[in-house]
Design a protein around this ligand. Sequence first.
Ligand code: SF4
Length: 279
Amino acid sequence: MSVQSRIGTFGPGQGPAAKRPPERFDDDELEHHIAPNCIYDFDVDQVNGIHKLRQRIHETVFADDPAEKWSWILGDHFTMGNKKVAKEVAIYNFGGAAHDCLNLGTEHCQVDAANCYAVRTEDNYPHPLDARRRELIIWDHLDPQTFADAFRHWHGRKRNEVTALRLNESGDFRHRHDLFKVDQVARLLDDIVDVYTYSSSDWLPWHKIDHIVVNRSNQRKDFGARRFEVVDDVSDIPDGGIRCPHDVSDGEIKCGSCRLCLEEDAGDVYVKNFYADEE
Ligand code: SF4
């Protein structure tokens, strides 16, 4: 799908650029008005939990405090850490699923599609693919102010500490809307969390954004805070390059306690290809 037609995802339905006043729909009409199948590359109607999500999005339109309502939806889609990321870090995949990533299998991605960790996760576990597709749909229904306000509501309710927001363990920035929206979200949340991400969408105007720490996942252009490079062998790491402490510590050190990818001024980071030793 072209960039132009993807921008069209902001048009139909009840997203931030809805072209009509809010309208109440019957339950069986929601699929035509909220995330209609025609505007995504994947089969929206097959996404697990999509009907419930459409109902919940519909309710936000008429809520007294839409951001508060959204905070519960977002809260059900943040993941607190994973095998590599500390539990104080909230993960949100506005870029959607790895299977739908616009850079998958292209010259922009630094690993072959077969070696994409995020794709394999979606192949090997039942939950992530659908959850990530829902995260993309949610993102497309939110303007940056509402996302940030909803995050703040959710953050205020959390008993456990949330120190950072990692955007995208799968998917990538699709267009300038994503780029500027993310930057606004990061600016609005500046006082409560560090916002960081990884990207190989090198064609975007990264020099125009200020508030998010970006780890550059390819070498096609110079953008972001640093190069984050996957190497097949540690001997490929250049002098002065930092090997990811998670790798070195055999998984003991996690992102969040290690802050190399979260800081503007740390050096380039190298990580060993997870699948390099496979036949
Ligand atoms: S360098 Fe640190 S923050 Fe970056 S991926 Fe490795 S452990 Fe995580």
